[in-house]
Ligand binder design. Sequence first.
Ligand code: ZN
Length: 469
Amino acid sequence: MNLKRLLRYLILLSAWLFAITPGYTAEAKLDWKALEDEAVALLSRYIQIDTTNPPGNEIKAAQFFKEIFDREGIEAQIIESQPGRGNIYARLRGNGSKKAIVMLNHMDVVAADAQLWKEPPFSGVIKDGVIWGRGALDAKGRAILELMTLLALKRQNVALKGDVIFLGTADEEKGGAMGAGYLVEKRLELFKDVGLVLNEGGYIRLRDDGKAPSYRVRVAEKTPLWLKLTAPGTPGHGATPGSNMAVNKLVAALNRIMQYNAPIKVVPEVQQYYADIADQEPEARRKHYRDLRTSLQDPAFAVEFTKNRQNNASVRNTIAITGIKGSDNVNVIPAFATAQLDVRLLPGEDPQTFIAELRKVLADESIKIEIILSFPVAISLPHPEAMKVIAEMAKAVDGGAPVISTFGNAFTDCHFFREKGIPCLGFIPLRLTPSEEGMTHGIDERLSVDKLKSAIRAMYEIVSNLAVK
Ligand SMILES: [Zn+2]
């Protein structure tokens, strides 16, 4: 990365903030180097708190943060949705002349099989300049950046216009019902004057050679429609199979799903995304990306384009068969067989219309379809001021690297806020290559100490710019 540029940017920015903001003159000086070292130690400790979901046990993480906030004199509360499922909400007050900003992060992590890892996944060990452990990227590293922002604002006594809120949630990895979903449903007053939620999903993306930064801000996501299929049949002894067998019916129907591809559809957010990244693509692809909708009408290009899994998921509803169950006994023909489907819908799709289409594909009226999880469209309302602040950083630090609005095939907690009309943008100023980003949910998840350190001041600048100016 370009450290010199970053430094110059920070100096200019600080000088400018001092000049225009009267509150800044009374501030205490902050030792940023010490804050960076503190952040590294805190992330290591935080990773050691095992919040694998299920069961989550996020209360331990919430207590970890509560202790820090209490010590710093920052008002904070733990909100439990269920025993053990803690959420943490801390708030720094401004003068109320601007709307509040929520810095959102989830405290739960996905499971990690220690046998497959080079370092134990909950060790938080720091070795060769790298912090190891489940959550280093998703999303405990993010939480520490947000924590340091709050601490830096508080310790410097910065005069804020809008309140700044730190929100750590439970249960995101399992859909968020015990976390952000619970808070938005039961405690909406906590967000009543919130004008922006900053969350995961976007970052400063570098090519694998560490070059060509682009600032990626996630503004929209596909939505899940998780389904359970149940096929009924005549039960009996495995020695005397009949013609109406649950497992056979289910397998036949699933086979029809495997042959099915939902039609290609390019929604505006996706069209825009590919147009924005076109310039960074090899020459041959550029003209296709600039107008993806038209290009995909060419069947040869469509086949080529959708060979890539991310591309494919961006332009159609997808169905992944993720589980099948019949009898527990090898010699018993069960009365029911079930399957679970992870369906992901493009923005603007109606779940009921999709289910009607799926019914036709299954071509078996006896199979029951149940919804396990479904929620409405998740496109953010625009927030031009936040986009401008990020663009200014891209200009100053990376010579005007493009700021690209992206579209996520996976979902985050953002949709809970977007559904309530609160803009939610996915961005963190961490500089990651695709292979680093790919460690999310994978084996040997880890984060470089230098990258964490360099993102601390950047995160602070984004939030303070929005809350102070
Ligand atoms: Zn996450």
